[in-house]
Design a protein around this ligand. Structure first.
Ligand SMILES: NC(=O)c1ccc[n+]([C@@H]2O[C@H](COP(=O)([O-])OP(=O)(O)OC[C@H]3O[C@@H](n4cnc5c(N)ncnc54)[C@H](O)[C@@H]3O)[C@@H](O)[C@H]2O)c1
Length: 412
């Protein structure tokens, strides 16, 4: 039996999903193509994804291709309850509601595994780790985010990943778009919804200048903020500097930032010593996968009191100054806003859909371990996306192909 917050929210969920469908042309195209062929007929798919309107469009495509789908959340605060209600009406088994506690969250993960999925679609690795601990037999899995890939590679290294897992995150049409433009926009959207602060004129500290950090830093600059980057990778720090950002250590940045956004996939990036250095009124938000980038426990410990001042915005009184923590330090864009815009999830979830089909056809012959998305799939998704945007590109002539494939023609 599915477990959601309120079945009566389904009609509002349908409106939201309808909006997303119209902005996900590539996935809609795949849905109609495979909806008639039914390649997933009889297959059981288990999804541990943020239950958003875009995820609903993916689940619809999977069901239309013949799969039965059970869904749990991949974050306790990211579920859109109206979308969950509509998905249940459409026949998916959903175990998710916004504001689940830890115990409920893992209960839901285990409900999905109890449906004995043959393919899992994960975001962050919780479903994958639980699947490994269970005796579920899988054709394989797909992983949506950087943190989940890091965990999968660690499992692989220790010889514990006993099924093939496709690194959907690492597809170029995912990592270079969803993480960069999707999070770049939606993280600021979440921060604005939770605070309504003006970004122009603020000093914004972005921790991590990888894909997500790069997107956020550039969009914050575009809105008039002065952006400071903190990094641990010399190469990415250099990229940030040459992109025009000031780069410094968190010990320095902590003293001057008005708004801090973590995007590292690491833990303890902002800690007690930094809270003590911060200015009165500083705002803290996280865009990385887990709620461990900002040391919330330390903030709780040193605060004299706290109170919720707006939705997803808690004021911590440190005696003499106040700091504001957004979304409990969890993914700001999925907690205080709606996650990424549908247009960018169109590419990510087309990759998830095609990877699930690939696993169904090839999973049995793939070795256990982390596998890249086939290059042809990446190019197919990019081409379909371009077409949906009305953009034509040139193709290589025979002469050019042979030139690029040869060594004979040099200085002339
Ligand atoms: N909010 C979302 O919707 C969303 C979307 C995509 C990815 N993510 C998550 O965001 C995180 C980052 O993903 P990514 O694709 O940008 O990864 P990435 O590997 O491209 O970048 C991470 C960067 O953080 C840096 N870093 C690591 N530890 C650091 C530290 N202590 N201080 C400063 N910098 C540090 C690394 O050097 C690297 O440059 C992951 O947890 C990922 O799962 C969230």
């Amino acid at each position: 039996m599915p477990k959601i917050k309120d079945p009566s929210l389904a009609s509002r969920g349908e409106l939201k999903i309808g909006w997303a469908r119209t902005r996900m042309p590539v996935l809609s195209l795949l849905r109609s193509e495979y909806g008639s062929k039914k390649p997933l007929q009889g297959k059981r798919v288990g999804a541990g994804l943020h239950v958003t309107k875009e995820t609903a469009v993916l689940v619809e495509a999977l069901m239309s291709a013949g799969a039965s789908v059970s869904v749990c959340a991949s974050n306790p605060l990211s579920t859109q309850d109206d979308v969950a209600a509509r998905l249940v009406d459409e026949g998916a088994d959903v175990y998710a509601w916004k504001g689940m506690n830890n115990e409920e969250y893992y209960w839901a993960v285990n409900q999905v595994l109890a449906s004995r999925p043959e393919i899992i679609l994960d975001d962050g690795g919780d479903l994958t780790v639980a699947a490994i601990a269970s005796n579920v037999q899988l054709d394989g899995g797909c992983e949506e985010t950087t943190t989940g890939i890091i965990r999968a590679r660690a499992l692989e290294k220790q010889g514990k990943l006993r099924f093939p897992l496709i690194a959907v995150n690492d597809a170029e049409t995912k990592w270079e778009f969803d993480n960069v433009y999707g999070t770049g926009q939606s993280a600021l959207d979440g921060i604005i919804r939770a605070t309504n602060i003006l970004l122009a004129g603020k000093t914004v500290v972005v921790s991590g200048y990888g894909h997500v950090g790069r997107g956020i830093a550039n969009r914050a600059r575009g809105m008039g903020a002065e952006v400071i980057v903190t990094e641990v990778s010399p190469v990415n720090a250099l990229k940030a500097r040459m992109d025009g950002f000031r780069v410094t250590k968190m010990d320095e940045a902590a003293k001057i930032g008005d708004l801090f956004i973590t995007a590292t996939g690491n833990k303890s990036v902002i800690t007690e010593e930094h809270f003590r250095l911060m200015k009165d009124g500083a705002v803290l938000a996280n865009a990385g996968h887990f709620n461990v980038e900002i040391d919330v426990n330390a903030l709780e410990k040193i605060a004299e009191s706290k109170r919720e001042v707006r939705d997803f915005n808690v004021e911590y009184d440190l005696g003499g100054k106040k700091l504001f923590l957004l979304a409990e330090g969890r993914l700001i864009n999925l907690t205080a806003a709606e996650g990424h815009p549908s247009e960018v999830m169109d590419m990510s979830f087309s990759n998830q859909f095609l990877s699930a089909l690939y696993l169904k056809d090839h999973g049995h012959e793939m070795k256990p371990g982390v596998h890249p998305v086939p290059r042809e799939q990446d190019e197919q998704v990019a081409l379909l996306k371009l077409r949906s945007m009305g953009i034509e590109i040139d193709t290589l002539t025979e002469e050019q192909e042979s030139y690029l494939g040869g060594y004979g023609e040099g200085t002339s």
